[in-house]
Design a protein around this ligand. Sequence first.
Ligand code: 2P0
Length: 396
Amino acid sequence: MNMNENSEEIYIGKAKGPINIALIKYWGKDNEQLITPLNNSISLTLDTNVFFTETKVTIKPINLNINSPIDKNNQSQNIITLKINGKDYPVNSRIKNIFTKFFQLKIPICQKLSQKNLNIQIESKNTFPIASGCASSASSMAALVVSIFSALKIDQNKLSKTDLTKIARIGSGSACRSIFGGICEWIKDGGDDSHAIQLYDENYWDLGIKLIIVAQEEKEISSSLGMKITKETSELFKYRINHVVNENLIKLKKSLEKKDFNSLAEIIIKDSNNFHACCRDSYPTINYLNAESEYIIKAVMLLNKIYGKNICAYSFDAGSNAFIFYERVNQKLIDEYFNFVLGFSEKIDKLIVYFENKEIEKIKEEINNFVLKKPSKEKISKIINFKLGEGTKIIE
Ligand code: 2P0
C-alpha cells in the first residue's frame, strides 16, 4: 500500500504477460460461465522480446458518504476504467469477474477492499495486432491478474501461481497457460478447480517458434463464438473430444519427455489439422485459414519431405497467421528456407548448402517449382522469431 498526499490508500501493481501458442488446442467449453474446457491443452509460452502486454493497475478506495450503496446492501459499487495503448475501452464482464474473484478471497486485504467502493484504473500496453490469432487475450488477462496480485501485495503462500491460473482462466481460457513459462498444460478438472501447470520450464528444450503474420485484419468470428458454434453443430468435434484429443495429449507428452522432435512435429501438425477440420465442419462453417496459410502448410510438408524427417511443424490458432516450430540448432536452415519460399530472399544457393549429401539438383528443382505459387510480398507482412520464455512477471 502506498499513501498519497491525502493519506488515502492507493494500491499499484504492474506486470508483463507473454503470449502462448497451443500445441494441443483448447476448443470448446464445458462451462461457459466458469470458462472451463472440454479437454486439456498444452502450450508453449513465448519470450516477450517482441510481443507482450504490460499492465498497470491502480486501486483507490472512494470516500463514502453515509448513504452510499455499500451501507444499504453490502455490495460495493466499483468504478473500473480501461485504457489500452492510450485509448479508452469498455470494461467487459470478464474483467469485472476477475476483480470479484480477488475480492472474494479469504485474505485480509481482499476482504477489506471488498467492503469499500473502489476506483480501479487499468492501463495496458500491448505490441501486437488484436484479434488476429496472436493470443492477445491470453497475455492481457494474465498480465491483469498478476498486476492485481502485485498491487495487493498478496503473499505467494496465500495465493500460489496455480491459484492465479484459475483467476486468469475466468478472464480468458488460454490466459491460464500464460502465467507459467516454458511448456504448460491446462488441466480441465471439474468446475472452478480447472487450472494450468508447468510441465517443463523454458530451459528444458531449445525450441524456436517462427510467427508468420499473413493477415492484420480483424478476424470474423471470435474464438469464444467459434468454439460455441463448433460444440453445438460439429459431429467431427464430438469425435475429436472423445477419440482424438486425449490420444494426442498422451503422444505429445511422450515426445516432449523423449525430446523427440520428429514425433512432436507430427502431433502438433495433426492437432492443428484436426482443430481446423472441426471448424470447417461447423454449421455455419468456420474457416480461419486463407490461401497464404495453405501455402505455408505445403512449405512445411515439403521441407520435411526433402529433409527426410520432420524438422519443422506448423500450427494455426483462430486466425490465418502461421506458427512454425523447430529446434534452434536448425535455426539457420529454417530461416533460409522460409525466407526463400516466402520471397524474403532470392538466393536458393544459400539454402541448399544445408542439404549436402542429398540430391541437390532435384531438391533445387522441387523448391523452385514450389515457389512459383508463392504469395505476393504484401500478403506476408512480418516474420517474428521466438524462443520459449518465462511466465507473467511482476514489474517493480
Ligand atoms: C488455444 N485458442 O488453445 C486455442 C486454439 C484458439 C485456437 O484458446 O473464450 O481466447 O476467452 O476462453 O482463450 C482462444 O480462445 O477463448 C484459444 P476464451 P480464448 O490457444
